[in-house]
Design a protein around this ligand. Structure first.
Ligand code: NAD
Length: 503
């Protein structure tokens, strides 16, 4: 069966209307084979606005549904995702090029966030706060905020939506989703799965989830719309620089999840086998196309000549090929632009004195697809292209002698998403996690930079945008806080002892 026929088969099984992926003018290409697998139609600006209005009306109904009942819808969504896991994972492999376990892993992450959000629906707690006035009570309430606009990137085309949607829905919000123009098929599938959950739920208002297929122009309508109080945008730092100020200009709230340039430090005491395995997955997994992919590694001078040759051997041994027909560990890059960007990064690194191992194009049997062997680049300097995110499997490796200096260099880039240290020395580990340590939103010890669990808040600082999604108290960004003071006395004392006696 051709890939095109297979995807149509899966989408039909999931209940997606075939007109939505066969009748448009935007061609969708599988990065695995380079062939056209579907065509979709972009939604117009007028239809986008109308959809947002409808989502706003749905919000007025949904906000009144008790939160634990809203949690029931998300619990059902989790059940439907469990039932559709194999199909959804396969779509991700076809549309993004992820290997089977990573495609399935992305769906598992969605199931996990549904479980988390279901429990959360009974834990949207506010505080009771001591007041300075007798006979008064002060408290905080968290109320639903409105329509949440979700703009997602190609590389986590389903999970990012679910991190946002599961929380937003239990918080009483409705969701309008603009997926990446590169991955509309998995979003059509997710919307169909959501509809099954909504049908089982029974009385879900129409307009709880709206999918807007289109490019950045559709995203811009969402970003500027006054009835969308929260925009959660995941993608490049370039995108965030455009979206952030536009949302701020209308006093909206943005949750920005942008690029990363994640580093690891391998210390003299490191468990080298563990570090090797973690870096191999962190840097080569998902063909280096995770926001948390490891892109820089600082190895202590005393172990460099032992560790780096082993790392290079691992790079040479890794299998690159189709995730659909082989058990390769590294699949294709998303498109020609990504492959060209990798080529350019390697050239720039060489110009700075870098020594490249790997990085060459691989003939995987599909002339229109873009397969490359992951590259490891030994760098004499921490400068230039090393300090930028190249969204491809390129790992820069540098020597260090002083941990303070290594931490300073790891922090000396624009992005601040994920970081790790490999050490068995408790002092080094604690220094890395301390106020003067890693400046990233995620700082790990003895695990890789990628592969976060949903229980923690996910996101990063600086040019990564500062947003937090998923676990911990990230839900607060999807609600509005009201501070309430109730006077049950017979007096009206003013705060701070102010008197204002009217005659
Ligand atoms: P991208 O920035 O090209 O596109 C992301 C999304 O933003 C797409 O849906 C796109 O249509 C939309 N968009 C672009 N410009 C816009 C604008 N001006 N207004 C409104 N919408 C706009 O990113 P990509 O290539 O799809 O994804 C890769 C990037 O995403 C990498 O930089 C990666 O690090 C980052 N990423 C970050 C996270 C995170 O959680 N921090 C997660 C995944 C990916």
């Amino acid at each position: 069966m051709s890939v095109k026929a297979e995807i149509a088969d899966i989408l039909t099984r999931l209940g997606v209307n075939s007109a939505s992926y066969t009748s448009g003018s935007t061609k969708i290409i599988s990065p695995v084979t380079g062939e056209e697998i579907a065509s979709v139609a972009d939604v117009s600006a007028a239809d986008t606005s109308a959809a947002i209005d409808k989502a706003h009306e749905a919000f007025k109904v949904w906000r009144n549904v008790p939160a634990p009942r809203r949690g029931e819808l998300v619990r059902l969504l989790g059940e439907e995702l469990r039932a559709a896991k194999e199909d959804l994972g396969r779509i991700i492999s076809i549309e993004v090029g992820k290997i089977t376990s990573e495609g399935l892993g992305e769906i598992q992450e969605m199931i996990d966030i549904c479980d988390f959000a279901t429990g959360l629906s009974r834990q949207l707690y506010g505080l009771t706060i001591a007041t300075e006035r007798p006979g008064h009570r002060m408290m905080e309430q968290w109320h639903p905020v409105g329509v949440v606009g979700v703009i997602s990137a190609f590389n986590f085309p389903a999970a990012v939506w679910s991190w946002n949607a599961a929380l937003a829905l239990v918080c009483g919000d409705t969701v309008v989703w603009k997926p990446s123009e590169k991955t509309p098929l998995i979003s059509l599938a997710c919307a169909a799965v959501f509809e099954k959950a909504a049908a089982r739920f029974g009385d879900a208002p129409d307009g709880l989830l709206t999918l807007l297929i289109g490019d950045r122009a559709v995203g811009e309508v969402l970003v500027d719309h006054p009835k969308v109080p929260v925009i959660s945008a995941t993608g490049s730092t370039r995108m965030g620089r455009e979206v952030g100020p536009r949302v701020a200009a209308r006093f909206g709230r943005s949750i920005l999840e942008l690029g990363g340039n994640n580093a690891g430090i391998v210390c003299p005491s490191a468990d080298q086998d563990m570090a090797l395995a973690a870096i191999a997955f962190g840097a080569m997994g998902t063909a280096g196309q995770r926001c948390t992919s490891q892109r820089r590694t600082f190895v202590h001078d005393s172990i460099y000549d032992e560790f780096v040759p082993r790392l290079k051997a691992a790079y040479k041994s890794v299998t690159v090929g189709s995730p659909l027909t082989t058990d390769a560990l590294v699949g294709p890059l998303i498109d020609a632009r990504a492959s060209d960007a990798m080529e350019r990064a390697l050239e720039q690194a060489k110009a700075l004195g870098g020594t490249v191992t790997g990085g060459e194009k691989i003939d995987a049997g599909y002339p229109n697809a873009h397969y490359r062997r992951p590259a490891i680049v030994e760098m004499p300097v921490h400068a230039g292209i090393v300090c930028e995110e190249t969204f491809a499997p390129v790992l820069f490796v540098m020597r260090y002698t002083d941990l303070d200096d290594a931490i300073e260099k790891q922090n000396a880039v624009g992005a601040g998403l994920s970081s790790t240290i490999f050490t068995l020395d408790m002092r080094e580990a604690e220094q890395f996690l301390s106020v003067a340590g890693s400046d990233c939103g995620i700082a790990n010890v003895n695990i890789g930079t990628s592969g976060a669990e949903i229980g923690g808040a996910f996101g990063g600082e600086k040019e990564t945008g500062g947003g937090r999604e998923s676990g911990s108290d990230a839900w607060k960004a999807y609600m509005r806080r009201a501070t309430n003071t109730i006077n049950y006395s017979r007096e009206l004392p003013l705060a701070q002892g102010v008197s204002f006696d009217i005659a």
